[in-house]
Design a binder for this molecule. Structure first.
Ligand code: PHE
Length: 357
């Protein structure tokens, strides 16, 4: 028995891999293994012999089994060690060639917009891209039958049968972040919320996923005049011009009252767009005074607080500022396009350092 033990324990210790280990398991404790066969002989022994040999064989079987699993674990550890050693990578090394990557115009413009509004005391808020229809519609005073739900070509998430939670959708605008931010922070509040939005639409000026930035300013005495000033400052800073006329056109959004769409003054000489001169107009955003029901739905008292909100299409102002003709190219991941329209990866847009140098 001692011989048997030494033979297997040494072999197990020397096994080079899992296959060798499995072989040993079969020859020692497998159904027809050496030790199993010995156990069968117990039946032919006298009761006295059996009383000694039985427990000894069982103990040997246990010892070999635990040696097998200990060795198996050791082999797995060694394999992991080896992988970690061979796949080792120093992520703290400086990049070797920064010219290869570039910042996408959408990211660049998002950073530019954030820098401008940060300077006016707005902080950046975020919300989920998949949201409930309460946040995307109802809380924003867009009830179930309202045509805006159909107009926005909403993408609905599939629901498993018997799932009774409220329908979840891909948000069609960034306005739900108004609700979420007021719920979380209350008033007064001053935020912008850039991010992805989705509508089922596809042509030269529409893609099913695009980007907006929401603005929201709520306090005790915020008026349309503050909205107008903020937007003028924003447009001048963003398009990097000293002067620009804005045109406020009366409009309708269920979540603002009154509502206005805002156009910027521009010219199209020789097919080149110039913002801040000429007598053409380009629509760039929707805005208005936040509807009392929206404040109420967010837990803010409309008797005490009021303010403005706006929503700008990021892709659209990126196209205008950087002369990009086709919206769809933004999302083609064409390397030549990215090299042409992309921005140096280490240049952070700031108001003092220049937004788009
Ligand atoms: N959410 C509106 C849209 O997507 C834009 C908007 C935002 C209008 C805030 C008014 C106030 O068209």
């Amino acid at each position: 028995m001692q011989e048997l033990r030494d033979k297997y324990i040494t072999a197990i210790a020397d096994a080079a891999d899992e296959a060798a280990l499995e072989n040993l398991r079969v020859t020692a404790v497998g159904k027809k293994g050496e030790i199993s066969l010995k156990m069968r002989e117990l039946g032919k022994m006298t009761p006295e012999e059996r009383q000694v040999a039985g427990p000894a064989l069982n103990a040997l079987k246990d010892e070999i089994n635990s040696a097998l699993s200990a060795k198996k674990a050791a082999l797995a550890d060694a394999a992991l060690e080896e992988r970690l050693r061979s796949e080792w990578l120093d992520v703290t090394l400086p990049a070797r060639d920064m010219r290869r990557g570039s910042i996408h115009p959408i990211s660049q413009v998002t950073e530019e917009v954030s820098a401008i509004f940060a300077d006016m005391g707005f902080s950046v808020a975020e919300g989920p891209q998949i949201d409930s229809d309460w946040y995307v519609f109802d809380a924003l005073n867009i009830p179930g039958h309202h045509p805006a739900r159909a107009e926005m070509d909403t993408f609905y998430m599939n629901r498993a049968e018997g799932d009774n939670r409220p329908p979840h959708i891909l948000r069609t605008h960034t306005s739900p972040v108004q609700i979420r931010s007021m719920e979380a922070q209350g008033a007064p509040i001053r935020i912008i919320a850039p991010g992805r939005v989705y509508r089922a639409d596809y042509d030269q000026t529409h893609t099913p996923m695009f980007h907006q930035v929401e603005g929201l300013a709520i306090d005790k005495d915020i008026s349309m005049a503050n909205l107008k000033w903020c937007l003028e400052e924003f447009v001048k800073a963003f398009f990097e011009v000293d002067h620009v006329e804005l045109r406020f056109r009366a409009s309708h959004f269920p979540f603002t009252e009154p509502s206005a769409e805002v156009d910027i003054q521009c010219s199209w000489e020789g097919g080149v767009l110039k913002v801040g001169e000429g007598d053409d107009w380009l629509e760039i955003l929707g805005s208005g005074m936040v509807h009392p029901k929206v404040l109420q739905n967010s837990g803010v008292d409309p008797e005490v607080y009021q303010g403005f909100a706006f929503g700008v299409g990021i892709d659209r102002i990126a196209m205008l500022k950087y002369g990009i003709p086709d919206l769809r190219a933004f999302f083609d991941s064409d390397l030549r396009w990215l090299r042409h329209y992309g921005f140096a990866s280490l240049d952070q847009p700031t108001l003092h350092g220049g937004l788009s140098r």
